[in-house]
Design a protein around this ligand. Structure first.
Ligand SMILES: [Zn+2]
Ligand SMILES: [Zn+2]
Length: 242
């Protein structure tokens, strides 16, 4: 124990831990991923929210209640939760990970997500982790799937099986960027397929993605999994567009 502490303090001097947001040296024990000023920019989504889709009611002090969209039509997932709003330092670091192809940033963000205690969410109710897949063409272009990297950290921390072959993106779709919710739903319809219905039958699945935008892609994945026999699908993302 003492030896471990000594080794840790020596390595802290040689390789001081850096903030993933601004690269400043981290000083306090509680500053594990972000420094104080970067941390202050993060809008955590753990207060009043829709119990189903998790949309935050930032300006409403009221208790959590169903949002208009979920009241109108229930999604195929039963719960969706995100760590933080997709803005400021969270948006910048996700961009560096995804578009700047910085896998070291990705692995820090993945641990940050795995350490987060999602409100009203119990990992013990689930038995399988499935990341949102990329089309093979996109995968070749980027070289990695960001959702798989996030899912691997959750798999390690929560000791839940992870399978990234079960859900496949069979249809190449145009980017969802710039499309509204209805257009996104239409664009993504029928884009996924389950490769082995036997493996997901009656399972409670956690679906992982980096960003929840309108929920169209995640809902289409959840629909595909549910129609193939999954009992329940929950969605966890690192960030959420508000
Ligand atoms: Zn910082
Ligand atoms: Zn909702």
């Amino acid at each position: 124990m003492i030896l471990q502490k000594i080794i840790k303090s020596i390595s802290d001097v040689i390789y001081p831990a850096r903030c993933v947001g601004c690269s400043d040296t981290l000083h306090h024990e509680k500053e594990k991923y972000f420094c104080g000023p970067c941390h202050e920019q993060i809008k955590y989504l753990n207060k009043s929210m829709c119990p189903v889709c998790g949309i935050a009611f930032l300006n409403s002090p009221a208790e959590s209640h169903l949002c208009g969209k979920c009241l109108e039509k229930s999604p195929y997932f039963t719960v969706a939760r995100a760590v933080a709003a997709y803005e400021n330092v969270i948006l910048e670091t996700i961009h560096r990970f995804k578009y700047g192809r910085d896998l070291s940033v990705g692995s820090i963000l993945a641990s940050f997500m795995a350490d987060f205690q999602f409100p009203d969410f119990d990992y013990r109710n689930y038995s399988l982790i499935v990341p949102v897949p990329l089309h093979v063409k996109k995968m070749r272009e980027r070289g990695f799937n960001q959702s798989v990297i996030l899912a691997q950290a959750l798999n390690k921390k929560w000791r839940l099986p992870l399978n990234y072959f079960l859900l496949k993106r069979s249809k190449f779709t145009l980017t969802q960027t710039g499309l509204d919710k209805k257009e996104r739903e239409k664009n993504i319809k029928g884009a996924f397929e389950v490769t082995s219905a036997k493996e997901i039958k009656d399972k409670n699945i956690i679906l992982i993605d980096d960003v929840y935008t309108t929920g169209a892609t995640l809902n289409e994945c959840a629909k595909t999994l549910r129609k193939a026999g999954a009992k329940d699908v929950a969605v966890l993302t690192l960030a959420r567009v508000l």
